[in-house]
Write a protein that binds this ligand. Structure first.
Ligand code: SAH
Ligand code: SF4
Length: 343
């Protein structure tokens, strides 16, 4: 008989299950807290649960249906995990530590592969395999907490996959992260390449995360040349959806902008970017292009072009940051996650 995977269950579902097997509700509270607050990886660790019941749980249930396949640690402390799911497929997840910050951020994957086909990104290059389920998304966080003994404080949906192409499961994962793991929704960021109707749907969700947009082009022509999604939802409709999201949520949106040498890092692009963002409440996060295999001839930006671009944007009064490159030596930086076993 297949074992019941407990990370799939909400608190209410766990209560119902525990009751259905004739146990008292406080047992459900104990188990829930071991899994979600105390990082238990096995029933044997649940020392306040009576032994016979732990034996029953061992026979009939499992905490996870996925596991860490490989762990790589970067020189800068970034940890990349390859997680193996129950069907043998794998996706990567990245834990980012910043020495000077108390925050511990987890970059989770929402799909195995990606359908969007952005030209600069390694994830889509192996095609799309499947959506990840809510518990498969949240297990990435739990497994890394167990592995490191550390509590994650922030979650970003910036690993493999397009979260808004898997919105139903991502919404449920947001609930598990918020309710079960007790991470504030303000500390969760969902990054999208810009699926306009799904941005509108997310703005109407009961839990509304911070939204990050992979903009990367300042006009239709540039964006279309690097991001196929621009053909379906163009930059004008995207900007309208962002304004709607921000006015509904009162939150600032994060604009992600990869700087690709000589392609979109010019002074003209900086001016155009200022102009399209002028009515939007947002911060701008510049990401120096990280080389990936089959790089389509894309180059990293020159340092001086990058600083000039940042300076020009700052003149508009917006907050501009350059994303620190994390884990590039283990292919864990943005866009490098390809789900390879020997990366
Ligand atoms: N699919 C979502 C989230 C995952 S990608 C999205 O596209 O937003 C996370 C971020 O890494 C995105 O902003 C993405 O555009 C960026 N990225 C992809 N390839 C990159 C590369 N080669 N160099 C730098 N950033 C890259
Ligand atoms: Fe998919 Fe995001 Fe990569 Fe584009 S950048 S291919 S949407 S993961």
């Amino acid at each position: 008989m297949e074992k019941l995977t407990l990370t799939k269950l909400s608190k209410e579902e766990l209560d119902n299950y525990i009751e259905s097997i004739g146990e008292k509700k406080f047992r459900s509270n104990q188990i829930f807290s071991w899994i979600w607050a105390k990082n238990a990886s096995s029933f044997d660790e649940m020392t306040d649960v009576k032994k016979e019941f732990r034996e029953f749980l061992n026979e009939n249930c499992q905490i996870f249906d996925c596991k860490i396949h490989t762990r790589q640690i970067s020189r800068d402390g970034t940890v990349k995990y390859l997680i193996e799911f129950s069907d043998g497929l794998m996706a990567e997840t990245v834990l980012m530590r910043f020495d000077n910050r108390a925050n511990l951020s987890m970059c989770v994957s929402s799909q195995i592969g990606c359908k969007m086909g952005c030209k600069f990104c390694a994830t889509g290059k192996n095609g799309f395999k499947r959506n990840l389920l809510p518990h498969e998304i949240v297990s990435q966080i739990l497994l890394s907490q167990i592995d490191t003994g550390l509590k994650i404080t922030n979650v970003v949906f910036m690993g493999q996959g397009e979260p808004l192409d898997n919105l139903d499961n991502v919404k449920k994962a947001l609930e598990l992260i918020n309710k079960n793991l007790q991470i504030s929704i303000r500390r969760i960021t969902v990054s999208t390449s810009g699926i306009v109707p799904k941005i509108k749907e997310l703005a109407n969700n009961s839990l509304i995360p911070t939204l990050a947009i992979s903009l990367h082009g300042t006009n239709h022509k540039i964006r279309e040349s690097i991001m196929p999604i621009e053909k379906k939802y163009d930059i004008n409709s995207l900007m309208d959806a962002l304004k709607e999201y921000s006015s509904k949520t009162k939150d600032r949106i994060t604009i992600e902008y990869i700087l690709i040498g000589k392609l979109n890092d010019t002074a003209e692009c900086a001016k155009e970017l200022i102009s399209i963002l002028k009515d939007l409440k947002c911060n701008i996060n510049l990401i120096p292009y990280n080389p990936v295999r089959d790089d389509n001839g894309f180059k990293k930006p020159d340092k001086k072009d990058m600083l000039k671009f940042k300076y020009l944007l700052e003149q508009s009064g917006k907050k501009v940051t350059i994303r620190l490159e994390r884990g590039a030596d283990i292919d864990a930086a943005c866009g490098q996650l390809a789900g390879k076993i020997n990366s």
